[in-house]
Design a protein around this ligand. Sequence first.
Ligand SMILES: Nc1ncnc2c1ncn2[C@@H]1O[C@H](COP(=O)(O)OP(=O)(O)OP(=O)(O)O)[C@@H](O)[C@H]1O
Length: 965
Amino acid sequence: MESKKSVQKLSSTIHSLLGLKARFTSTWVKSVCDIIRNLPPEGPSIELKSANLKTSHSSGNKDLDSAISKINDELAALTSNINQLNTQRRQVLDEFLDLKGNIRVFCRIRPISEGENFGHFRPVVASDSSNVLLRLTDNKSKSYRFDKVFHPGSSQDEVFSEVEPVIKSALDGYNACIFAYGQTGTGKTFTMEGNPDSPGMVPRAIEALFKQVEDSNHAFLFTFSMLEIYMGNIKDLLVPQPRKAMDPMPPCLSIQTDPKGGIEIDNLVAIQVSDFKQALRLYRLGCQSRSTASTNSNMNSSRSHSLIRISITCFDAPERRRETNKVWFVDLGGSERILKTKAWGRRLEEGKAINLSLSALGDVISALQRKRFHIPYRNSKLTQVLKDSLGKDSKTLMLVHVSPKEEDLCETICSLNFATRARSIHLGSEGSTEERQHKEVAMTNLHQKIKMIEDERRDIKRNIEKLNEKLETLTRAEPTFCQQPDAPDLSIGLAQPNLEVLSNKTRDIPKGPMSQLPRFMRPTISSKIKSGTEHPISEEKPAFRARRRRPLYHRAESVTFPVKGNSEYSSDCSISRSCVLALNMKSSVDIETEYSQETYECDIKEVVFPEQEISPRNSVNQSAHLSHSEGYGNILKNKNSSTKFLKVDNWLHSHKNETSSSSYSHRSKQVLAIPNPKKNNRPTEQKKEEKVRDEKVHNSSFEKKEIFYHEKLEKQADVERFRGSLLEEGIDKPQTLMEDCLSKELRSGSSSPLHTIGGDLMIQTQDLVHGPSIEDNSSVKHGSSSPPNKCSYSINLDQDDNGVNLMTMIQTVTGETRCPDNFLPNSFGCSHLLPSDLDYSIVDPKEDSDISFSSFELEQHCKQMTTEIGDEDNEKEDTDTSSQSLMKGKSPVLQKLRSQRALFRVHPNPKKPNILFVKSQEYAQNTGICHLLKQKIQIIYASALLGLGFQKLGFEEDFFYGLML
Ligand SMILES: Nc1ncnc2c1ncn2[C@@H]1O[C@H](COP(=O)(O)OP(=O)(O)OP(=O)(O)O)[C@@H](O)[C@H]1O
C-alpha cells in the first residue's frame, strides 16, 4: 500500500525535483512505474547518484568493499570541501565586486593604426592606470578618473582581466551588462568582437563561462541569443536574414514585461549551447547579420546597437541569486557628430537614432547611480530591453572608448563627460586618497583570496577525478561521482526520450509573460500593429478566426514571416540591410489582415546541436527559450505534427547557402543589393500596407516629439550651464571649437547640437525624431510617371536684402537635397508652426552659412503660442471674442482638419511673399490616441491662426482652403 502510494507520488516528486513547469503525461508515469515494478527487489537502488556502491557490489570481497567505501568517504569529504570553497569564493567575490562598485567605468584609448598618422595634430590623451589626461591647449589640461584606464598599447587580455570578475559573478546568479561606448571608429567592435588574432570580450567571456562551469559542481544550462536595435527596431540576428530582395524580412520583435518586472523579448531565438565552440559559431553568424556601413569616420561602422545575451540557468543551486540570470554584451553604435561626419539620408537617420538611445542610456545609468526614484527606462528600446539587467543586484561595466587625435577632441570630451556622469556617485563615494588606497589594498587582498580558493578548488577537483578513476577500475563501473553529487545533471536525462512529452511541452512553450496576463489586459493585434510591436506569432487562436484568403492553418505554434512581394525601396548603397526599417514596417503587418496575402508560415523548431543528446529534460528545461523558425521560406506542411528537431549544423548551413545574385560581399559581410523602385506595379495590398506603415510612423514620431519637447527645454538649461562651466575653466579654444564641443556635449548628454549664426548660439534639433515621411505628390500632380519619392522637409530662416526674415523650405528627396524657391515670410512667423509638423534636417553651417533656424526658438514660440491658445480658450468661455466668431465661421475647416495633416506650400507668385495655402496629406485610417492628440493640437492650432486674425495679416482665403484639402 505504502509503495503504491509512493509510486503514485512519483510523477509529482520527479516533477518538483527537476523544477519542471508542466506535468508529465500519464503514459510517461505508467512506463516509469512499470520499470520500477520490474526492478528486482535486491537490485541497485534507483538513487544511483548517492554512489553507494557498497550495496550494489556483491562480490563478497571484503577488502574491495572497504577500499570502495574508503574512496566513497573520501569523495564525500572532498565534495563537501568543494561546496564550502564555493560558498567562500562567492562571498569573497561579492565583497570584491561591492568594493569595486556595481557600475564600473573603464576607459580605453585607441591606438593610432598603421598608415594613420597625427599629421599636424598631436596626441591629446595621456593616461596612467586610472586617470586620463586631456590636453586642451598647450598649457591647459583636464583630468578624468576611471576605475581603470587602458592605454593605447593595452592588450585584449588586459581588458578582459577587468571584465572577468563580472563574468564569474554571473555564475552566482547576477545579471550583468557589459557595454562598449564611444565615438564612432574608436574600437568598440574591436574590443567586443576582436579579430582572430586577438579575440574580444565576447568570445573570451563565453570561454571563461564554460571554463568556470567545468570547475563548478553544479550543472548549468546556457542559451545564446543575439539581436540588434536598428533605428528603434529590435531584430533577431540569429534568424535567417533576407538575401534576395524578394525574401521576407523577419519580423521585428517586441518587448514584454512580466508582473515581476522581468523583461522578455517575444520570440527571440535562444539556442542552447553546451560548449564554447557552439556559442562562437552562433556569435559569428550573428555578427555577419549586423547592419554596418561605410561612413566618413569608419569604413565598417556599426549602424545599430548589437546585443548578445547569454542566459544562465541552474536549478540546483539555491544559493544563486536567481534560477536564471542574463549576461548582456552590448556593442553600442558609435556616437557621432553629424556636422563632422556629414552624414545624410539614411546614415543621418541612423546617427540620430543612435545618439538618441545613447543619451537615454546615459540618463538611465545616471539615474541609477543617483538612486533616483524614477529611472527613465522607457525612453529607448535599448534601455527597455536591458531594464531588468541594469541597476540593483546587477553588475554593469562601461568600456568607454576614446581617440587620442586632436581632431577628435570634442568627441573625446563628450565621451569622457558621459563616462564621468555614469560614474559620478561612485566617484563621490571614493573619498580621500587614503581611503582610496585602503580600498585598493583590500581589493588586491580579496583578489588574491579568490585566486587561492580557485586554485584549491581545482586541486580538489583533480583529486575527485583521480578517485573516480580508481573507483572505476575497482568496480569496472562508470564513475558514479559526478561533478554534482547531489544535483540532477541537466545533460543526462532519462534514457528514453518520450516524444509525446516533448511535443506536449513544446506546445506549451512559446508563451511569453503576456500569456500570463488576463486576456482583457493583453494587447490586441491591431493595437500591436499601431505600436509597431506586432509580429505574427499567435497562440490560443483557433484557425477559424483567420480572415484570410489563403488556406487555413493551425496557428498555435507557428511563426509567420510575411513575404514582401515587391521591393520599392532603393538602397543608398554600401549598407547591408539598409532597407530594414522600411521593410520591417511592412513585415510587421498583422497576418490577419488582407495586407499580408503573401505570408508563409513555418513551424517552430527546436534547435539542437548534433552532439547533444536529446532528452526530455533538456527539451523541457530549455522549453521557454528554444524556439526557432527553420527558415522563412518553409511552408508549414503538417500543422499538427509533433515538434521536429533541427540540427544546428543544418541550420547554420542553411544560412550560408542562402546566397543570391542580388547580394555581394563587402568586408566579409553579405551586402544586400536592393532593387530600384517599381511602385507602379505595386499591388493594392501593398499600397494599403504602406498606408498602415505611414500611419504608424506618424503616430510614433508624434509620441516621441511630445517627450522631447519638454526634455529640450531642460537641456537648453544644461547647455548654458555647461557653456558657463567651460568658460569658467577658461578653456582657451577658438569659439567654433568650443561650440562644437558644446554641441557634442549636448548630443552625448541627450541634447541638440549647436552652431553659430551671427555669433549667436543656436540649437539644431538634430536629436529630435524627424517628422513623418511624407509622400511627395508633386510628381503625380505634374503627370510624371515616376513613382512618388520619399521626401522630408526642413525649414530654415534667412534674411533677405531688406533685413526681412525669410523662411526657406528645404526638401530632401531620398538623400538628394533641394531647395525650392519657396520663401515663407517670417511675418507669418515660424512660431506658428508646430514642431511636430516639421522635419528638422541638419544643415551644415559651413556649407549653408546663410541658413539658420533655431528649433528651440521655434519651440519657445510654439510654447508661447500654446499658452496664448490656452488663454484664448479661457477667454472664449466668458466673452464672445472675434476668434470665437472666426472659429464658428471656419468650423468646416476644422472638421476637415481632423483627418489631415498640413504642409506649407508656396505662393506661385514670388512677388507676393505670402503663404497661400497648405498642402495636405490625407491619412486614411487615422486612429489611435496619438492621432486624436494630433487632431486636438491641429484644431487648437488652426483656431489660433484664425483667432490671431491671420486674415487681417494678408492671408487670403486660399490659405484656409489649403487647410481644408
Ligand atoms: N585597440 C585597438 N587595437 C588595434 N586596432 C584597433 C583598436 N581599436 C580600434 N582598432 C581598429 O580601428 C578600426 C575601427 O574600430 P571599430 O570598427 O572597432 O570601431 P567602432 O568604435 O566599433 O566604430 P563604429 O561605432 O563606427 O562601429 C578597426 O579597423 C579596428 O581594427
